[in-house]
Design a protein. Sequence first.
Length: 281
Amino acid sequence: MSDLVYLNGEWLAPEQAKVSVFDRGFLFADGIYEVMPIYQGRPFLATQHLARLHRSLAAIAIPDQPDEFWQSLVAELIERNGLQNGLIYFQVTRGAETKRSHLPQGPITPTIFASISPLELHWDIPKPAKAVLCEDIRWLRCDIKSISLLGNIVLKQYAQQHHAIEPMLHRDGVVTEGASSNYFAVKDGVLYTAPTNHLILPGITRMWVLQLAHQLKLTVREEPFHISELAQLDELFLTSSSREVQPIGQIDDIIIGNGRCGPLTQQLIEAFHASKRAHLA
Ligand code: PDD
């Protein structure tokens, strides 16, 4: 939890930070968010995270701030909280009026909230985890990092009830992504992941892993895979800012490969760690 959070120009203790009950985030989930990892006091892939923040705001026509505003917010969050490793959350809603109305009644100032929470910096190869298949019940603009996360939460609850770390979402059998992650599969030495379109969030970790895969000269196809192919896959992993690269050894009752972390996954985890080390050097 943050010691100090930012809310609309003020630095406050978390329990002091309050927004109006008429805030459109509260009433309509009318807002977006962004999550940025901080390693040893330095933001990781900050340019890419800020670019996605700008894209999300533009997509729903909420007025934005220049890069310098967000950059100084990042620097101040780190400094004021003295946190070396953490996750910064930016939360921007369309703002508050004094009455409820689906459409804003006039010009409105966005609500900007930012906080930082601790993140453990790890250098190990994570143990393969279990995921569960779920129909992707979310809306059709998953490319926007919307604060409307009800679908994601219901799906995560289902995964938790089935002792899995994450759902694997599919539409008519075609795998889209996780509830807060992107999936990659390996078959016959080829790395597959769903293409970026309206059905998935363009994960920054996904993009970084694709870049590392190209540097390693792996064969990559940004093509979705089908749930009927799961039993034949050699390797499977997911990516996100908080989990980085997480091997998946089991989906429902299907064991992936031999259930252990596969060689390509391991190679990518090591390359990811090396890129983090380079970032910290
Ligand atoms: N979630 N897909 C969804 C639906 C997500 O919510 C996330 C991230 C990702 C991975 O994106 P990235 O690699 O940029 O973290 C994919 C963040 C971590 C969250 O909600 O906390």
